[in-house]
Structures are given as C-alpha cells and as structure tokens.
Design a protein around this ligand. Structure first.
Ligand code: PFF
Length: 461
C-alpha cells in the first residue's frame, strides 16, 4: 500500500508521540476523577477491576486505535471512511468517528469547568490562603467556589481560551512542546506528595483502602464505572488517540508505545490515590464525598506542610497543565474534521467548535449551584454529561473500534500496520476480538439488566 500523508504534519518521532499521547491520557481523570470515584465505589475491588480493564481491554484497544489512525492518516471520521472502503466494510463506519467528535466536545465541556477549579485554586495557593486551613474551612472554601456560577464561568472561559489557543497553533507547534517538560515534573511532584502522605499515621489505612479488595462492594454499577474510567483515563473510544496516531511516523512500534502510555497513566493515577487517601483518613474525611474530594483534602495537607503554599501552587499548576494537554486532545478530532471537511482555517474551526463546547459547559457550571436541584433520575446536568460520555459513549466507541480492527480489517492489514507477527500478534488479536468485545458487552448488558432478562428467558423457556 502506498502510504497516505497527514495534512497536519507528523510528530518528530517516537518520544514525541508517546509524550503527546501520555499528555492526553494523564489529566483530571487520573488526579481528580480516579480518587473520587474510587472513594465512591468502595476502594480495593474497584481499583482491581479498573486495573484489569486497563490491561485486558484498554491496552489492546489503544493499539487498535493508534493503528487505525496511522493507517488512515486523517481525522477519525475520514479515517473510518477511508479504511472501511479499503477493507470492504460499510461506509457507515464513519458514524463511529462522528460519535467520537461529539463525545470529545461533550467531555471537554465539563472537563474545562473542573480545570477551572484548578485554576482558581492555583491563584489562591500563591497567596497562601491554605496555610493552616482546617477540614471544615476547606470544605466551606470549596463550597463557596462552586456555589458561585459567575466565578466558575470566568475560570471555565479562561481554561477554554488556553486550550483553544494551543489547538489553533496546530499539532507540532502547540502540542508537542508543552508536554515534554510537564509530564516528568508532574510525576516528581506526585512522588513528593506521596512522601508527605507516608508520614501521616493513616498511610497504611490509605493503602489498604486502595489495594485490599472487598468484592462485596463491587456492584454492577461500580464495575461499569471502573470500565468506563479505563476508557476515559486512557483517552480511548472517541478518536483522540486515533487522531494522534494519524501523526505517528511509520517506523514506530505501536505495541511498545501503547504499553508505555498505559503504564505511565496507571502509575500517575495510583500515585494520586496513594497521596490522597491517607490525607482523607488522617483528617477524618469521607472518601465518598464526590467531585470535590481532592479540592477539599489536598489544601489541608498543603496547609500543614512547610512551604505548603509553594507546593500547593506547583501542584495546581501541574494539574492545570495535565488538564490542558488532555483538553487539547478532546477537541482535536472535531477541529481536524472541520478543517479537512470544509477547508476553513484552523483558527476558524477552533473558534466554532470551541465556542459550542464553551456554551455547553455552562450547563455543568449551573449544576453546581443554580440548577443543583434540577435532577433527572437523581443526576444533575454535569452528572449526566459525565455518565453518558464515560460510561456509555466511550465504551461503545471502544467496542466498535475493536469490532472493526479485530473482525473487519483484514489480518494482512492489521499485521502490517502493527508490525507484529506470530505469538504477539495472536495475543493482541485474541484480546481485541474476544476479550475486549465480550468484556465490554457483559458489563454493559449486566448494568442495563438485559443480561438477566435474557438468562431468565433461556432458563424459563
Ligand atoms: N484521559 C483524560 C484524563 O484522564 O483526564 C481525559 C480524556 C482525554 C478522555 C481525551 C478522552 C479523551 F479522548
């Protein structure tokens, strides 16, 4: 096959791709979301199931996504269209790309609101407001931030501005530079935080909450959340990694890159958990307190440390950067698509797609204050955005990617693109064709109740 070229340029090499994809993967998902959903879902068993999903479903699907992206060399919609033609499949596969573009914008709309909290905390940390803060004061502080919709709107607008600025510069100019320094710095700072947590007398308790599984706490719903989070945290199922794969030079090993990215991402999430839960227990806080968890617990720890305001400032700054490099990848598929489809400039495409995303974010802002009582089946607008995207759209996208890569693509094509043969190819292919697909289906069907219904039907019939 003659190789296609991406009109957006290529990464400078293997490391640049790994850093950019790690930048996409490591974000609020690891440091904000992983601890709070782990806290809400009972700890150890949830974490174990999440790790299982990363290894058995996440890594093989990540390889599939990078592979499709690099073979298609276009935005996810056009890539799916081109590849389906080439592999003799229906051109309706382009809808998988469309769903990805929409999912990315939906996620970014609330992601930016949360990143806005980090912005606010960063500026406050530099002024030393967390010095000596008590647990109650910290909770009140967080409450007053999220209670004020106009403050949130300001930060959300600022974060969207930062994101759109980098995206408008294009892939090589903007994305690549930012992540090279920030990822390693974040890692080091997390180690410092874990070092602090080790000195609290609740370190053991924190660790056993995270790593001692109690399977009676793993409900169907928790399993779905753990699986959804495996997709969310690795940026899978919506074409972000596919879009990045489109800029990957031909000679780079997809398996090696995929495994490195997943390991780095998992390490960051576990470190974040190890830093946060000891602080939660040391201060008698509730692990299940929800989306505010890190924003109410970490300031207490910073407030007690020597030079705490410096550490707090660096921490929130790095969190902002981690969120930033993820946010870029959430909207890149939408922008690459609009540019390729209509030929508008990157700047204009950014303004359009970014504007729509910003607007949608206002719904999430309001769900923390004005609309906090406006729930539908017990969920606010923000809850629904998160639930639909993480627990339904990403796993569904991932499932379809696995079906395409595992069943519809010819073996020759996938072998050639992955550069794998023999046993290694066999393992990947088995995981994608069976384990990932059946795994996602079981979890989704169990939660929807469809599985029990079918089992009943068979056993009664
Ligand atoms: N992986 C990011 C995180 O963990 O914060 C979020 C994300 C980025 C999800 C890109 C999906 C995506 F396509």
């Amino acid at each position: 096959m003659t190789e296609r070229k991406s009109i957006h340029g290529l990464w400078s090499g293997r490391l640049a791709f790994i850093l950019a994809a790690t930048g996409s993967a490591v974000g609020l998902g690891n440091i904000w979301k992983f601890p709070y959903i782990t806290g809400e879902n009972g700890g150890g068993a949830f974490v174990l199931f999440y790790l299982l999903c990363i290894a058995m479903i996440g890594i093989p699907i990540m390889m599939a996504e990078v592979m499709l992206g690099r073979r298609g060399r276009q935005n996810p919609i056009a890539t799916m269209q081109t590849l389906s033609l080439e592999e003799g499949a229906s051109s309706n596969w382009k809808w998988l790309g469309v769903m990805g573009v929409i999912t990315g914008m939906m996620i970014l709309s609330y992601y930016s609101v949360i990143a806005g909290w980090a912005l606010s905390y960063f500026f406050e940390a530099t002024t030393g407001v967390f010095n000596g803060i008590t647990a109650k004061e910290s909770a009140d502080h967080f409450g007053s931030l999220v209670g004020s919709w106009d403050t949130l709107l300001g930060w959300h607008t600022m974060f969207m501005g930062l994101t759109l600025y980098v995206v408008s510069k294009g892939v090589r100019g903007g994305l690549e530079k930012a992540v090279t320094v920030l990822m390693p710095a974040l890692f080091i700072l997390l180690l410092v935080m874990v070092g602090y947590a080790m000195q609290t007398d609740s370190f053991q308790k924190g660790l056993s909450f995270l790593f001692t599984p109690d399977f009676s706490k793993l409900t169907k719903e928790s399993a779905l959340i753990a699986m959804g989070h495996a997709f969310f945290t690795l940026s899978l199922g919506m074409g972000a990694i596919m879009a990045y794969g489109a800029y990957l030079p031909k000679n780079v090993s997809i398996a090696g890159a995929g495994i490195s990215i997943a390991l780095a991402d998992t390490a960051v999430a576990l470190l974040a958990g190890m830093a946060i839960f000891p602080i939660v227990f040391a201060n008698g806080l509730e692990p299940s307190s929800g989306p505010g968890l890190i924003f109410t617990t970490l300031p207490i720890a910073f407030g007690q440390m020597p030079y705490g305001n410096i550490f707090a400032s660096i921490f929130f700054l790095l969190l902002i950067f981690a969120a930033w490099s993820s946010a870029i990848s959430l909207i890149e598929p939408a922008i690459a698509w609009l540019v390729e489809k209509t030929g508008v400039t990157r700047l204009r495409a950014t303004a359009l797609m970014g504007g729509a995303t910003w607007l949608l974010g206002i719904g999430s802002i309001l769900s923390f204050n004005v609309w906090s009582d406006a729930t539908f089946i017990d969920k606010t607008f923000f809850d629904w955005m998160d639930y639909l995207t993480s627990n339904i759209m990403l796993p569904l996208g991932g499932l379809l990617i696995a079906v395409f890569a595992g069943w519809l693509m010819r073996k020759k094509s996938s072998q050639e693109e992955l550069g794998l043969s023999g046993v290694l190819y066999g393992i990947w292919s088995f995981l994608v064709k069976y384990v990932a697909i059946i795994g996602v289906l079981i979890v989704m069907l169990k939660v929807s109740g469809a599985m029990d219904w079918a089992i009943n039907l068979v056993s009664n019939g």
